[in-house]
Design a protein. Structure first.
Length: 105
């Protein structure tokens, strides 16, 4: 699977969630570290404008780094994001509250 194909799957799943509870200044860069579909995209909720785009975000409030399988399992409810963080398979830099807010939706 290519990065764009993986990104489109994640975007569809994230857009189906209730994003209304996200902080208004959230800007999260999501790094996928797989060799075959690695890349970066961002999830932003700036002033109530929600966006998910296949680009890096230089002024992110938080940055997540993991494999596509980790993100897939989190989005499917098979893996708790907090557990993944403590197990070291999901790395979080920056604003932990923003990362957790995203995990709660």
């Amino acid at each position: 699977m290519t990065f764009i194909e993986q990104f489109e799957e994640f975007k569809k799943k994230i857009n189906a969630l209730n994003t209304k509870t996200l902080p208004q200044d959230l800007a999260i860069q999501v790094n996928i570290v797989d060799d075959d579909c690695g890349g970066a995209f961002y999830i932003a909720n700036i002033g109530g404008d929600f966006a998910i785009e296949p680009f890096d975000y230089r002024d992110f409030t938080a940055m997540l780094t993991a494999s596509a399988d980790v993100y897939t399992n989190i989005l499917a409810g098979k893996l708790d994001a907090t557990d993944a963080y403590f197990r070291g398979i999901l790395l979080i830099e920056g604003n932990l509250d923003h990362a957790l807010a995203l995990a709660r939706i």
